[in-house]
Design a protein around this ligand. Structure first.
Ligand code: ADP
Ligand code: F6P
Length: 478
């Protein structure tokens, strides 16, 4: 009997589906938008490039049945409770995440976490192999799925395989700490094309292949020695956002009215500062709060004239480094408010929630100074979203030079978040620079994002993938 199962010409695989399964105490199921920049970007790409999305539903247990949403075919992959612990919280977010972010916190190495990583990557590859039409484009995302390219190639040599890393790729000196470094590189080399946020990330990967696998490399290409003659290309294609979609949302009268209302409910401060991050140690929230506290203590600024709203999205709450970060941030906010706040005018408004897109756009419009101060960040889409929402040319962006975004938005008020004095100066400059100069800067930042939006990113990526298979032409004499 022949199967009539529908297959897809484009299959995206990412650790998370664009929606997250939430079950309340009565057992009612609700699907909510998943957190993070990957979903923000890929969701809009999939709207113009229909296909299937293979990913985890966000809770432990059997995979729910595949379903269609917003023109996408969603194919859930199931993770058991142990796999959530060992693959997601463990190897992905307590081994790879710290190594790939400059070891801001120490990485943990456990052989059973690695075993789960291998098993889950194989499961993703099997799901991809089932969803892909003959000759399909398979686009694998991020550090959680570095073995999947080679597994997919084993199962489906007919498809074209791309991988994109949303986070940094570490220098070989850090990457080399991983006991499973060779297997990770070999997994990635199963792809035809590898995309990175910055050229430095692509170079780190190529160098790792040369030094740790002894492979020959030339410029952006790594030559395999498996008899296939394949060469894998690794280059930078920095990700972006749906500029037009978000700008349109930010122009809506209800969103503009909400921005005014937010300022009013905060007592119409002269300067509203804003931070919006997943509660992650890479985001430099501690450094930001320290600089802000010192500016208050030194009486450069203070409530009610100036206030800070810090939105900290809940993230990876069972991983110890995230738990202790949350405690530290919440204690610091409490101390700053206790010592420096006034009745009716706290120095910091701390919000540990997720919000709808409209509310985020209104917050961005309400803020005079946006603080994006990561110690390391692959891109940071919040920076791009902030400037996109400022069609009024108002506002000022303080941006860490350790974000991928800074390589495109370097006209922003640049800071090195480790340099607290420098960070304070950048914050003061963002407040005090004359409006005309700030408008000029904002215009330049907006132009960059408008010209380099996520649709352009996807087009460039898929064109590079189509051009990628790099095998010597067969000898016509046979
Ligand atoms: P990361 O992928 O590390 O979380 P990014 O800055 O690249 O960081 O992307 C974060 C995305 O999540 C952005 O689209 C941002 O608007 C969104 N976001 C962050 N915090 C919240 C929140 N509290 N509620 C809703 N969306 C949020
Ligand atoms: O790119 C970084 C990343 O891990 C993405 O996979 C995701 O968009 C985001 O951070 C959120 O992380 P998590 O899926 O672990 O909640």
């Amino acid at each position: 009997m022949t199967s009539t199962r529908k297959t897809f010409d484009l299959v995206v695989a990412a650790n998370r589906l664009p929606v997250d399964k939430q079950v309340d105490e009565h057992g009612n199921v609700e699907w909510r938008r998943s957190p993070g920049g990957l979903v923000t970007a890929m969701e809009s790409v999939m709207r113009s490039n229909p296909g299937a999305w293979v990913g985890w539903s966000g809770d432990a247990g059997e995979a729910p049945a595949p379903f269609d949403e917003d023109g996408m075919h969603l194919r859930p992959v199931g993770l058991s409770a142990e796999e959530v612990r060992d693959f997601y919280e463990g190897f992905s977010n307590d081994t790879l995440w710290p190594i790939y972010h400059d070891v801001i916190v120490p990485a943990s190495f456990h052989r059973e976490w690695w075993a789960a990583y291998v098993r889950v990557n194989r499961r993703f590859a099997e799901a991809v192999a089932e969803e892909a039409a003959p000759g399909a484009r398979v686009w694998i995302q991020d550090y959680q799925l570095q073995l999947a390219p080679a597994f997919v190639r084993e199962l489906r040599p007919d498809v074209r395989i791309g991988w994109f890393n949303h986070i940094p790729f570490p220098p070989v000196e850090l990457f080399a700490q991983l006991p499973w470094r060779a297997a990770l590189l070999e997994g990635l080399l199963g792809a035809d094309f590898l995309g990175f946020q910055r050229q430095a990330d692509a170079r780190n990967f190529v160098r790792a292949c040369r030094q740790l696998l002894g492979l020959r490399t030339k410029g952006e290409r790594v030559a395999l020695e498996d008899g296939s003659g394949r060469r894998v290309r690794a280059t930078a294609i920095p990700i972006s956002i749906d500029y037009r979609g978000l700008e349109e949302l930010a122009q809506r009268p209800d969103v503009r009215a909400r921005a005014k209302e937010i300022r009013e409910s905060l007592g119409n401060p002269k300067v509203l500062m804003l931070g919006v991050d997943r509660l992650d140690y890479t985001k430099g929230i501690r450094h930001r709060l320290k600089a802000y506290e010192e500016l208050l203590l030194e009486r450069h600024i203070g409530p009610p004239d100036v206030t800070l709203v810090q939105v900290a999205t809940p993230s990876r709450e069972r991983v110890e480094a995230y738990r202790s970060l949350r405690e530290e941030i919440e204690q610091t906010v409490g101390r700053i408010n206790g010592e420096l706040g006034k009745i009716g005018a706290p120095a910091v408004h701390y919000l540990h929630h997720s919000y709808p897109r409209e509310e985020m756009a209104a917050l961005f419009q309400a803020a005079d100074v946006m603080l994006v101060t990561p110690l390391r960040d692959g891109m940071n889409l919040v920076a791009k979203e902030y400037v996109t929402c400022r069609h009024d040319l108002g506002g000022a962006l303080v941006l860490s030079e350790f974000t991928g975004a800074w390589h495109e938005l370097h006209q922003a008020f640049t800071c090195n978040p480790h340099d607290i004095e420098g960070l304070k100066q950048a914050m003061l400059r963002a407040i005090n620079t004359p409006t005309r100069d700030k408008e000029r800067i904002m215009r330049a930042l907006r132009r960059r994002v408008a010209d380099h939006d996520v649709q352009r990113w996807a087009r460039r990526y898929l064109a590079a993938l189509d051009a990628a298979p790099d095998v010597p032409a067969p000898d016509p004499r046979g």
